[in-house]
Write a protein that binds this ligand. Sequence first.
Ligand code: DON
Length: 310
Amino acid sequence: MKKIITKDILEAWLDNVRPYAKDGKVADYIPALARSNPEDLAVAVVDLEDECVSAGALESQFTLQSISKVLSLAQALLDNGEDYVFERVGMEPSGDPFHSIYKLEQLNPSKPLNPMINAGALAVTNMIHGVTPDEKVGRLLSFIHDLTDDQSIRYNEEVSSSEFGTAYLNRSLCYYMKQHGVISGSVEENLDAYTKQCAIEVNIHHLARIGAIFANEGKDLNSGRQILPRHLARICKTFMVTCGMYDASGSFAIRVGIPAKSGVSGAVVGSVNGYGGIAVYGPALDDRGNSVVGLKLLELLSNRYDLSIF
Ligand code: DON
């Protein structure tokens, strides 16, 4: 690490940002997420030697939600290669909210603008190899087991079925894309795989380790094994910069400057090349669906430790 971050510092900063939680609201459009406790805050930093410094609610488990989109993209690229994937999903920021259908109807051919918005992520899930939804999710889970070095990670069935039962907008996006030939096969099965991938459950340490492996050019922190080829890790990090925080990606790049991805569970993962991974968790969200406390904490960390990549 460039400068030493200690547990005491992280604890003090968590206390500083705690009051901001009241400015946000936990996601309630996925019924199981509405029960999250906005007071549960956690932060972890994992460096390239696999050393972890963490503070807060370390025992909290949360679901990846949109953070899974970076990992499913990596899996789809591993399975199909860049040409195949980017024929079906674009590389440009949308400037729209994550669940928007607006640009899909405007563009011809009707290809989602990028893999981080819901439309793009649903198309990416469709490309992951596997005959059944469980086979696709199983392959994504094995990749996540490698990244976290923890074989016990699973998806939370209560969260996935709660989302599956209420995901009318994501269903609409899928049916629209099916009509236009962007996705193939059963829409319900695609939604099944997608809601399970979003419900993969981790803790703050797992998430920071994932960020660290991306920062380590896709190599395992201990063995040096290339879990993900360097150029694919780069593609994922670039999407984190341009689209990771949706229609707040520009202001986040200016204020924080760290490739990062958020999820509506309130988690955010950041990845700083040559430095490590940073994960923050705080379920109260702003109106863009990003963690209020998480953003504040990342801004403090980035400024104090000079982590902006720009
Ligand atoms: O598809 C959805 O709406 C959720 N499963 C994930 C959305 C999400 O995390 C957006 N991020 N901030």
